[in-house]
Ligand binder design. Structure first.
Ligand code: TIU
Length: 226
């Protein structure tokens, strides 16, 4: 059993029953010139966590955990894109439009892909999702059930949008979830801070939080007992 010094209290999991879910580490949210920047956001904030997400991926790979990557990605014919989502906020560029890195958030386009250093390795699972939550209109629930997963570790972007939505979906489905504090980021630092607090409030009402180092230390301690 791995025991992480987490907040609001220790988080315990068995690696063989745990999946790491890395949410939407996509070029269009993280790289300059992409969709995130056209929405008026400072993408440097998100780019700063890329090395930590990579370190987290490597730690979980070493522990032979299930690794799942998600992408916010729509069908090229936009048949899974609600007009409300496409039109909201009347932005300069909309989902499906031609952007600096291909059609924005469309499956198979360069900007929709995951940033190079966090790219999935062969054998890792990649889920394209049309919504903010990764359980909505995807096979994630079935995949986790087939793997016998009971615990989920979360990282990725953005903290209060796709990451928090997915953690809340997971909570209602009975998973114990840990959010890695320095492997997630928001375009709005105050929203990230608030999300950390609301997740672990009321005795982990949504889940737990810990740093990548706290998780790595717990994995090392467990590995020494084998
Ligand atoms: N992945 C994700 O969070 N998608 C978003 O649209 N996030 C924003 O913060 N806009």
């Amino acid at each position: 059993m791995v025991i992480v010094k987490a907040r609001p209290y220790d988080y315990q999991f068995s690696p063989e029953k745990t999946a790491l879910i890395v949410i939407d580490m996509q070029r269009d949210f993280i790289e300059p010139g992409g969709f995130g920047e056209t929405l008026g956001n400072n993408v440097k904030l998100l780019a700063a966590i890329v090395p930590t997400v990579k370190r987290l991926l490597d730690a979980c790979r070493s522990a032979a955990m299930t690794i799942i990557h998600t992408r916010e990605a729509h069908r090229p014919d936009l048949s899974d894109l609600p007009p409300a989502k496409r039109n909201r906020g009347n932005p300069k560029l909309r989902i499906g439009d031609e952007g600096a890195m291909g059609r924005i958030l469309i499956a198979g386009e360069p900007g929709t892909d995951i940033v190079r250093s966090c790219a999935p390795l062969p054998g890792e699972i990649v889920i394209d999702k049309p919504g903010k939550g990764a359980f909505y209109a995807t096979a994630l629930g079935d995949i986790l059930r087939l793997r016998g997963a009971t615990h989920l570790l979360f990282a990725g972007v953005t903290t209060e949008v796709c990451v928090q939505t997915t953690m809340r979906e997971a909570n209602d489905r009975g998973y114990d979830s840990l959010l890695i504090e320095d492997a997630t980021e928001s375009y709005f630092p105050e929203f990230k801070r608030a999300t950390m607090e609301m997740i672990r409030a009321q005795g982990a009402v949504v889940g737990w939080t810990a740093t990548c180092d706290q998780l790595a230390a717990a994995l090392h301690a467990e590995a020494r007992t084998r």
